[in-house]
Design a binder for this molecule. Structure first.
Ligand code: AKB
Length: 316
């Protein structure tokens, strides 16, 4: 990768991926785009930034013609809980944006990455150690978008030779940018509340296990997959990746090791809970390990130590 065009650059993944890629590939070689502008944001200040609504195919094509990237990282999307409350909007943004980005990648001969999710699985998927290749019959609009997106990326690879790659991300935890509208968001909010008020009310019930990953590992996984030798990839869209699986009680007891007075209680959100219950408890990343050397540095204890320290440094 030498010149990279990123959509959704001010989102949870984008805000950190842009900065990391600018460090590696050079500030002017990473073009950040988002539907909104934030002139105080380091993503805006450190390199090229353009406003782009990903449903605007014409503008996307004009910007890619202008900057001539060799890689497109398409991140702009609505997350699971928002998608469930606005399913038609989610279809239009998640699928409309993706097909526009794939068309531009095809026309301009770009490598392509877009994230899938554990949301691409459903209640009939094996729940424990979910295999790479398995039943995918999700019951959420987000899941429908993710499965259709995986298939669409494979289609562009087989039909047009576009070098499409992707991972099925679990819940991503970061101290930099907040997620918004996801089912796994509680696992980020809990750290902020632990420091602010010493207690947390979880909208996900105890005993509900979901896969999670710390953002530094997620960013490395995108870069490693995109740098991987194409001939080694048997799968493409998309690889299971994960670092840990926990329920609200387990993350709370890890936080208690640092803040002994911390307490958790529950006020379960029925929509988020139903989504969480339809997803796997833990997924098997062995294809990613075998085909491109996927690895992680952070487990729950290491992530918790780092999150609490970094949030304190931010003044939370
Ligand atoms: C969400 O909760 O919607 C996302 C995801 C797991 O894809 N974090």
């Amino acid at each position: 990768m030498k010149k990279i065009f990123i959509t959704g650059a001010l989102g949870q993944i984008g805000a950190e991926l842009v900065m990391k890629m600018r460090e590696i590939y050079g500030n002017s070689n990473v073009i950040a785009t988002d539907i909104k502008i934030d002139k105080n944001h380091n993503v805006f200040q450190s390199g090229p930034f353009e406003i782009l609504d990903v449903t605007d195919a014409k503008l996307m094509n004009e910007l890619v013609t202008k900057y001539k990237p060799d890689t497109i990282i398409h991140l702009a999307a609505l997350l699971s809980a928002t998608a469930e409350s606005k399913p038609l909007l989610a279809w239009n943004i998640n699928m409309g944006g993706l097909v526009n980005a794939l068309e531009v990648a095809k026309e301009h001969n770009c490598k392509f990455f877009t994230p899938s999710s554990i949301g691409a699985f459903g209640p009939s998927t094996p729940k424990e150690n979910t295999p790479q290749d398995t039943l995918q019959r999700p019951t959420t609009m987000y899941g429908v978008n993710k499965v259709a997106g995986e298939l669409l990326c494979d289609y562009y690879y087989h039909k047009y030779g576009v070098d499409t790659r992707g991972v099925r991300f679990p819940g991503l935890i970061s101290y930099v940018a907040l997620p918004g509208g996801g089912t796994t968001d509680y696992a980020v909010d809990i750290y902020y509340e632990a420091l602010k008020s010493g207690k947390y009310t979880s909208n996900i019930a105890k005993g509900t296990y979901m896969d999670m990953m710390y953002m530094p590992d997620a960013l490395n996984s995108i870069i490693d997959l995109m740098e991987a030798d194409s001939s080694k990839l048997i799968h493409r869209n998309a690889f299971n990746v994960t670092s840990m699986s926990f329920d609200p009680e387990e993350i709370a007891s890890e936080i208690k090791k640092h803040i002994p007075t911390f307490t958790i209680d529950y006020d379960v959100d029925p929509v988020k809970q139903a989504i969480a219950e339809s997803w796997p408890n833990s997924i098997d990343p062995s294809s990613a390990i075998e085909e491109w050397g996927f690895k992680v540095k952070y487990d729950l204890p290491k992530m918790t130590t780092d999150m609490l320290q970094k949030l304190k440094e931010k003044g939370i």
